[in-house]
Ligand binder design. Structure first.
Ligand SMILES: C[S@@+](CC[C@H](N)C(=O)[O-])C[C@H]1O[C@@H](n2cnc3c(N)ncnc32)[C@H](O)[C@@H]1O
Length: 254
């Protein structure tokens, strides 16, 4: 696959190579987010545990994560609920690690959002944590994801504004919300901006605790990036929420 021209491709390859090798980064993720999922962003354990409430009980339950990285979030959900896990990501390094870490009842594929396809009615839950931004057409991608869902299935999307996507007025004016409205797809949305602000504060404090260890592992560059990512949470929540927002969108298939 010639991925080199895709947005951030080389950056993510380097990120997942570092995430596999670095023990400081693993410890940092565990302390900052409550669990190490090799996060490149904003998903902490509180957000991920919301997915568990949406997973049906039973023996033949399948969950797909779009932009699954190295699969650690799916691995956690499998440990908690015993589901079959499926994931795709364009990063070869990430998918190689996922296959190694989670070999049982799992299917990990290298694939590009908007290009990869699955047969209809395969999944009970589809999650997309900070990856929908990379879909060439969000509305079209959601239609495709709904096709992949079984009846009564659910799509769970964590969506950030003020980072890759521009900040808009509120949860019903985001680029994603507009795409859903244009495609007449009903959705529920929860605003988690306040808890994200608190999480980013913790992320910054934790990064500072590990600063020396990052430097000793030759990872000053990643420490500096963590400072840039969390700089927005140094100000008051009122100012933060003018620049940033985080929402969870839920789409149900009837
Ligand atoms: C912001 S990270 C989020 C990763 C993970 N879901 C999380 O919450 O920590 C975006 C992920 O999407 C993947 N990605 C970026 N662009 C992609 C694309 N066009 N197709 C497939 N995966 C992509 C990256 O490799 C990365 O794993």
């Amino acid at each position: 696959m010639n991925n080199e021209n895709l947005l951030f491709y080389n950056e993510y390859e380097r990120f997942y190579e570092m995430a596999e090798r670095s023990s400081v980064f693993k410890n940092f993720c565990r302390d900052a987010y409550g669990e190490d999922f090799s996060q490149d962003g904003f998903s902490d354990i509180k957000q991920i545990n919301r997915i568990i409430d949406l997973i049906p009980k039973g023996n033949d339950v399948h969950i797909l994560d779009v932009g699954c990285g190295n699969g650690k979030m799916l691995g956690y959900l499998q440990k908690r609920t015993d589901v079959y896990i499926h994931g795709f990501d364009y990063s070869e390094n990430a998918i190689n690690t996922a296959k190694k870490l989670f070999p049982a009842n799992a299917d990990f594929k290298q694939g590009i959002i908007g290009e990869i396809d699955y047969p209809a009615e395969q999944f009970d839950v589809i999650t997309s944590m900070d990856t929908i931004y990379f879909a060439p057409d969000m509305g079209e991608f959601i239609q495709q994801a709904i096709r992949w869902l079984k009846k009564d299935g659910v799509v769970f999307i964590c969506y950030q504004e003020g980072d890759v996507m521009p900040k808009t007025e509120g949860p019903r004016t985001t680029v994603l919300a507009k795409a859903l409205q244009e495609n007449k797809i009903p959705y529920e949305v929860e605003d988690i901006t306040k808890e994200t602000y608190e999480m980013l504060k913790k992320k910054r404090e934790t990064a500072l605790v590990y600063q020396k260890s990052f430097e000793e592992e030759g990872l000053k560059e990643w420490f500096d990036l963590l400072m840039i990512q969390t700089d927005c949470a140094v100000q008051s929540f009122d100012l933060f929420s003018k620049e940033m927002a985080r929402y969870i969108y839920i789409i149900r298939k009837n």
